[in-house]
Design a protein. Structure first.
Length: 480
């Protein structure tokens, strides 16, 4: 079988997935020109910023990879048309959020951006082009992409007679915060497709740094479904451990001990067993809801219900934490200052999409509290966007000590500002700097009796207690 050689790649979408993935491909394959295109000019400018601290995605190690390849064989631009027509291989790496209205609203993925990409590829591609689904897509999306690409031949006035396409699915399994490591040493690379030559052309790219035995070849539909299933299984593990965390608190067990005990069983394994405020991020909820929608579509309501429960437990865990803060603070937080430490959906990322902090903060605001929010990487504008509420310092009214029942929030640029005069501090993200706080010196700054709510189980309980503060820790039933 003669190999199809790839010398130019175009990736449509310079987001969390497209940017880092293409940076690693360019870094590992110096003979291939990699063009990442996006409609968003600001984002493209940020990828091209001389100061690597200004890249639009914060990922440990990304700056080094970008600095090695950018300007040589890695290029970011808005020239969608030109880059598609020069490419042997086009990756589709655009956003696929949950639909907010119409058929399947709240569950199905909104595929308008994917479809738009397929149409752009159909219009501008030349010669034989391998089109790769990189974004997480519902099962059988490749069918729609294939149909759109095929229609490119049918326009008699175009010169598309010479043009042909192969569609592959190559889902990304990178997690934010460890994206570069996940890309450089993946557990596996999955390639789904029918055209063996196209599959091998893509495998050849990965073989620059991934051993062949880690490159799995499947049919298109298995590949698409594997991505949804992997995320559903991971999310299910978190809902499972979180449901048991509540049980631990009620019975005197300790979730860390339980997690260690079950994780030592090699069939279960120790990873992904940290109880917390619920999963966030752009993938888990979206992908499960999509799976639920597809199960209904394919006449499997029991399967749909089973997976929907994973999301329901996740929502419940978030409300549960907000409720217990209120309960411990004598049943009311109206007019009280509550410090929030961490707003990103997990440590080592500035991403706030579906962060549990959003729902918990909203619940506490609804109860009338004054929130002071600090996160080492999340900007004030991002929190404003997520909470969709005016900041307290945006208004002329001073609500700090008011008992009007209306909540308000403020952005804090350091931990001391969060803690000063607070009745409680709530840790929502497991940032390293929150693990070793000096409670001895922080405690006197708070209004007594004061509480520490540790939803990530990261603080030293004894130290907090010794400093005279009350503590609630996720899944710790030792006070029972
Ligand atoms: C996830 C998948 O891990 C990745 O393979 C896929 O490609 C995209 O979705 P990501 O969303 O970046 O990656 O983050 P992940 O590390 O999986 O964490 C998701 C959420 O689960 C976070 O909110 C995290 O705090 C939470 N989590 C994770 C826990 O609460 N406990 C754990 O033990 C692990
Ligand atoms: P992900 O997390 O999957 O990478 P993001 O939302 O971070 O998703 O990024 C997707 C990017 O795709 C956005 O920057 C968006 O502007 C871009 N995009 C969407 N549709 C198109 C298109 N038709 N052409 C070029 N870029 C697009």
């Amino acid at each position: 079988m003669e190999n199809f050689s790839v010398s130019s790649i175009c990736c449509i979408g310079a987001g969390y997935v497209g940017g880092p993935t293409m940076a690693v491909i360019a870094d590992r394959c110096p003979e291939i020109q990699v063009n990442v295109v996006d409609l968003n000019e600001e984002r493209v400018a940020a990828w091209n910023d001389k100061n690597l601290q200004n890249l639009p995605v914060y990922e440990p190690g990304l700056d080094l990879v970008v600095s090695r390849a950018r300007g040589k064989n890695l290029h970011f631009s808005t020239q969608v048309e030109r880059c598609i027509s020069n490419a042997d291989m086009v990756f589709i790496s655009v956003n696929t959020p949950t639909k907010t209205k119409g058929l399947g609203a709240g569950q199905a993925s909104d595929l308008r951006w994917v479809e738009a990409c397929a149409r752009q590829v159909a219009k501008y591609a030349k010669g034989h082009t391998i089109v790769i689904e990189k974004s997480t897509l519902p099962v059988r999306t490749a069918e729609a992409i294939q149909k759109i690409l095929k229609s490119a031949h049918r326009n008699p006035s175009s010169d598309k007679a010479q043009c042909s396409f192969s569609v592959l699915s190559n889902p990304e399994f990178l997690a934010e915060g460890t994206a570069i490591n996940d890309l450089e040493t993946p557990d596996r690379v999955l390639i789904g497709g029918e055209d063996q030559k196209a599959i091998e052309a893509l495998a050849e790219i990965y073989r620059h740094w991934v051993p062949d035995e880690k490159i799995l070849r499947t049919n298109l539909w298995s590949s698409e479904l594997s991505k949804l299933t992997a995320n559903a299984f991971l999310a299910q593990r978190i809902s499972s451990i979180n449901s048991i965390s509540a049980f631990c608190e009620a019975t005197g067990a300790d979730i860390k001990e339980v997690a260690r005990a079950i994780g030592s069983d090699s069939r279960i394994g120790p990873k992904f067993l940290a109880a917390g405020p619920g999963f966030g991020g752009s993938c888990f909820q979206k992908d499960i809801l999509n799976l639920v929608y597809l199960c209904h579509h394919f006449g499997l309501p029991e399967v749909a219900e089973y997976w929907e429960r994973v999301v329901m437990i996740n929502n419940w865990q978030q409300h549960r934490i907000a409720r217990l803060v209120v309960k411990k603070l004598f049943g009311t937080v109206t007019g009280k200052k509550i410090g929030i430490l961490g707003f990103s959906f997990k440590a080592d990322t500035n991403d706030t999409r579906e962060s549990p902090a959003i729902r918990i903060a909203k619940d506490l605001l609804e109860e009338g509290s004054n929130l002071s929010i600090y996160d080492p990487k999340v900007e004030i504008e991002q929190i404003t966007h997520e909470l969709n509420l005016q900041r307290e310092d945006d208004t002329n009214t001073k609500k700090e000590t008011s008992l009007t029942g209306e909540g308000a929030w403020k952005y804090a640029s350091n931990i001391k500002d969060v803690i000063k005069d607070a009745d409680a501090v709530l840790i929502l993200t497991e940032w390293q700097e929150f693990r070793s706080l000096d409670w001895e010196s922080l405690a006197p700054l708070m209004r007594q009796p004061a509480w520490v709510f540790d939803s990530r189980g990261i603080v030293n309980t004894e130290q907090v207690k010794e400093s005279g503060l009350n503590i609630w820790k996720i899944g710790d039933g030792s006070d029972q």
